[in-house]
Design a protein around this ligand. Structure first.
Ligand SMILES: *Cc1c(COP(=O)(O)O)cnc(C)c1O
Length: 407
């Protein structure tokens, strides 16, 4: 069995060898937090975002007022969309930043259903995030489709085989999360996309828990539509707008359910009939929050600078080290079960443990400056953000977890 001290030494060595270690200093580090293990719910605040927002308030909103729209604000949904596109393997013109993930998913689902007339089933994961399941049911009801819920056969999460078993010539749309928000299990996006296409359907990917930490090649994989959060691993801020992607081959005919004046090819045409943009702007509806977009842009800039491949490498090291420490705790007699897949290729950037009284444990951890995430009914989620989580921080947080569980 490996000793406590040995694990701490390993954490120190991993930090010393970490090419992304310096990024942590670019974020606000709260003095009362010993370990922030919830970067997959709300990413930390970049220092530069504080400065940029103050500048925009003073000089742009405060100084330019309405002129700001023609001096750059109006382009932000597309520019920041293209920047996120670069992170997820999408060529320019296919992503915009808008609304919330829930609203973007609703738009994507309706648009997807319209792409496959004559088919009558919408496939969704039975264990997906509530928004995804609620929307799937509602869109299906409104569009005359039947919902098919895929149940995982393995307790750690869905597999491509689980999804494949339910595809047939009734399949219209398949909505899936790339990374399972509870267990952290990862689907092979390219493999599942190809399976859905082989069955004649279209796929909508929810990238909330993978954008910024798991590389995706949306264009190369032939993905139809996708959406995701910017306030998790992209550090865009609480309630930051989401992004939505639609493949260029679909965009000219894409029918979204909430067309507004921002969907138009010419924003100021104010025409009687809407002439939708032929690029991803057609997925916009109304006036975007400029302050929100400014903050998203700073978070995305840090993720781009760090690079998705380096982020993935560190994320795999973080989750592996986390599982080693958890195994050490379990070997010492602490009652916990790791539910996240042990194969790094099959997981995202969080590690989930099943515990008795996970809610009580979460409260006691927070009292001691360790911030994890609780998920009903018995799961503790440890979100590891490659730009901000250090190995020592993770180690020290898990030591507190061991102490709380031992009492
Ligand atoms: C976080 C998350 C959402 C959040 O949706 P919002 O509209 O931003 O609240 C949606 N889907 C998944 C899978 C998530 O993890």
């Amino acid at each position: 069995m490996i000793g406590h001290d040995e694990l701490r030494e390993r954490a120190v060595a991993l930090d010393a060898a970490d090419p992304l270690a310096a990024y942590r200093e670019q974020f606000v580090l709260e003095p009362d937090v010993l370990a922030y293990l919830d970067g997959n719910s709300l990413g930390r605040l970049p220092r530069r975002t504080q400065e940029r927002l103050a500048e925009v308030l003073r000089h742009e909103w405060g100084g330019r007022l309405i002129r700001g729209w023609s001096e750059g604000w109006a382009e932000l949904p597309v520019q920041v969309g293209d920047e996120i596109g670069a992170l997820v393997g999408a060529a320019p013109g296919q992503c915009v930043v808008a609304d919330s993930t829930s609203v973007c998913l609703a738009k994507a689902l309706h648009a997807a259903v319209s792409l496959v007339p004559g088919r009558d089933r919408l496939v969704v994961s039975a264990v997906d995030f509530p928004t995804d399941r609620y929307l799937a049911r509602r869109v299906a009801r409104d569009r005359g489709l039947e919902v098919v819920e895929v149940q995982p056969t393995d307790s750690s999460g869905l597999t491509a085989q689980d999804v494949g078993a339910l595809l047939d010539d009734h399949t219209a749309v398949v909505l899936l999360s790339h990374v399972d928000y509870r267990t952290g299990s990862l689907l092979d996006l390219a493999e599942v996309t190809a399976m859905v296409h082989a069955a004649g359907g279209v796929v909508v990917w929810d990238l909330c828990h993978s954008v910024g930490v798991v590389p995706t090649e949306l264009d190369a994989a032939g993905v139809d539509l996708a959406a995701g959060c910017t306030y998790k691993y992209l550090n865009g801020g609480p309630g930051a707008q989401a992004f939505v992607y639609a493949a260029a081959r679909h965009l000219p005919v894409l029918d979204q359910p909430l067309p507004g004046w921002w969907s138009a090819e010419d924003l100021f045409a104010m025409a009687d009939e809407l002439r939708p943009a032929v690029d991803a702007r057609r997925l916009l509806s109304g006036t975007p929050s400029v302050l929100g977009l400014v903050a998203v842009r700073e978070g995305v800039a840090l993720a781009m600078k760090a690079g998705i491949d380096r982020a993935r490498t560190k994320s795999e090291l973080l989750t592996s080290f986390c599982i080693d420490v958890l195994d050490h705790l379990a070997d010492s007699g602490v009652a916990l079960e790791v539910v996240t897949p042990r194969d790094p290729d099959r997981r995202g950037s969080h590690v989930t443990v099943r515990l008795a009284d996970a809610r009580g444990v979460t409260d006691r951890l927070i009292e001691r400056g360790v911030v994890p995430d609780f998920r009903e009914p018995d799961l503790l989620r440890l979100g590891l953000a490659p730009l901000t989580t250090s190995f020592v921080e993770l180690h020290d947080g898990l030591v507190v977890l061991g102490e709380v569980l031992a009492h």
